[in-house]
Ligand binder design. Structure first.
Ligand code: SF4
Length: 324
């Protein structure tokens, strides 16, 4: 078994946007590391900041504050300013394959573009060969699809092409931004299966951004929960589902369906939330979850809880646990 070493460090990462309504604190101070070969699940409702975090890490946005290190190199800059080798190693699969594929290009050109950009091919034949190999890895038949256009494909095939494009450069780290949420349920399992096989075959690390906790139970090795720009609980997957601590985590877990008696035993008692997720322009003081938490105490309304370790590898930010 290969040793897992740290690949990505995210330190006090913030991404704020100025809007006509005020400052949107989409990501507001998150820290985590991802090891080589690890699947790290970043989970949250819409508006939690999870996709913005992925977009900052891949270099679409520059951090407002904080650092991102990849293989010990600082990449807290837009992708265009990053060393070429590191750009090749970090790829992303977007939520909506229909809008992330150029409709005017053939599948061969779409999958082959990163190979050209990164100077990984010397001839048309080599480009064709490598694009075909990437398509085969996502179980698409190159001979049938290479000269077709995205409009000729179904949703699942389009997302498989996006994945082929992401892995064509032989990356070590892929950000998956809700890769199945725009697909029919019948196709989702096929795409997840392909992603898991590729991860294993290439020993890839994934940052898997999703709202689907059930999926993370089955695929992730580490799970973190984001709420209004902050991570409020993080633990190795077994610990996370066996011993969830944060009221928000319990709220999310208590509302997902389970299939087995074992999962039912682990499911927390129903935690009924109050209201909706507040706006990221108008973040509540103290604990950001206090406007919805059934256990709110006076301190929660004024003091932001620290993110503390409550057992090895298990961190939580809540005044109910060990706050000094
Ligand atoms: Fe609830 Fe207070 Fe914990 Fe926030 S800090 S989750 S309001 S108990």
């Amino acid at each position: 078994m290969k040793e897992m070493v740290n690949l990505l460090w995210v330190e006090n990462l913030k991404k704020h946007f100025k809007t006509s309504y005020g400052i949107v604190k989409a990501v507001d101070g998150i820290d985590f590391t991802i090891k080589s070969g690890e699947i790290f699940g970043l989970v949250g409702e819409s508006g939690s900041g999870k996709s913005t975090a992925g977009h900052v890490i891949v270099g679409i946005y520059t951090p407002t504050v904080g650092r991102i290190l990849f293989k010990d190199q600082d990449i807290s800059v837009p992708a265009i300013k990053r060393p070429k080798r590191l750009k090749r190693e970090i790829q992303m699969v977007f939520q909506d394959p229909a809008s992330s594929l150029n409709p005017k290009k053939t599948i061969k050109d779409i999958v082959g573009l990163p190979l050209k950009v990164h100077g990984l091919v010397n001839s048309k034949e080599e480009l064709e060969e490598k694009a075909a190999k990437a398509l085969e890895m996502v179980e698409l038949p190159p001979e049938e699809l290479m000269y077709r256009h995205p409009a000729d494909l179904g949703g699942g095939e389009k997302q498989a092409v996006s994945i082929a494009r992401a892995i064509s450069t032989n990356p070590s780290f892929v950000i998956l931004d809700e890769p199945t949420s725009a697909l029919d349920v019948s196709i989702q399992a096929k795409i997840i299966k392909a992603l898991m096989k590729i991860q294993k075959d290439l020993n890839l690390s994934y940052l898997f951004i999703t709202h689907d906790l059930s999926l993370m139970r089955n695929v992730a090795s580490m799970v973190a929960i984001m709420y209004l720009g902050k991570i409020y609980e993080q633990a190795p997957t077994g610990m996370f589902f066996y011993n969830p601590l944060h009221p928000y985590t319990k709220m999310l877990l208590s509302s997902i369906p389970v299939l087995t008696d074992e999962e039912n035993k682990m499911k927390p008692k129903k935690v009924a939330p109050k209201g909706e997720i507040p706006s990221a322009v108008n973040i509540p003081p103290g604990c950001r979850f206090h406007t919805r938490c059934p256990f709110t105490m006076d301190i929660c309304k004024v003091k932001e809880p620290n993110f503390v370790m409550v057992e090895p590898g298990h961190h939580v930010a809540c005044h109910l646990y060990n706050q000094k």
